[in-house]
Design a protein. Sequence first.
Length: 283
Amino acid sequence: GTSLAGMMMVFYPAMPVQMLLGAVGCAVCFGVPCFIVWQLKRSVPLHVQYVYDPTVRSCLFDCFVGPGEWVSRRRTHHFAQKYASVLRTYKQRECWFSFIDFAASFGLGATAALRTQDMTACGHVRVAQTAIFVILLAIEACYWPHHRSRDCIADFVTNGMQGTACALMSIGFYNGTDRSSAFQTANYLLMMASYLLLIRVAIDIITEGYVFVTRRRIDMQECAWKESDCLAYRDAEAMVSISNTSSFADNRSRLLVEVPPVQADSRSTFSSDTARASEASVL
């Protein structure tokens, strides 16, 4: 909605101030996802990681609740809590996929802002929107970015319905009439996609309530912090042992270097005296 309003103000401004405000709105709509993805690429898995639940789970449980949770790796860095809404459903390798969703929304807003003069131009706009949904579906099919399979299926089905609706509307516009059966079918598809989104939101609320009541996310976060504390303690002990070993080696090498040369001279003197005594006895 914000990208659509910004594009309308940029394309068709009544005053220069509106164009400036629209440009700022578009920059924010595109800049915020870029900043979020930059933060994710910099912090995953350095500061935050996805941890799988070690308890025994069923496939149905993993489908609805999920196999694990995002946790912060340090107690002083609450990245998982700050960006939970962006990270929660995505896999660790596909955490950047949220940028694809934002970019698709931005592209749909940009195409919807275009003013059309006739039916053919409206058909061109719907074809562009269909292409955006096709690209989004192809990327989702290649990466399957969500941990919960229900999220992947819901995204794929709803985006497929919206893309099909745009394609049917483009056919209706190219036919030159607004009473085509293609528009009625497209309306049904969009209505079904809206119902699926409502069902998904309801399931998300139920699963989040379960996670909150069972303290699953909190317990897994505490376990991750304890593990990181143990690893930090082991690393500290290893560093101390290495420093002690290096200091002992330095002292030993220093002692070997500082050996006085008197011992070597006395040994050589003793060997020469012994040789002379043996020569005298032979004579």
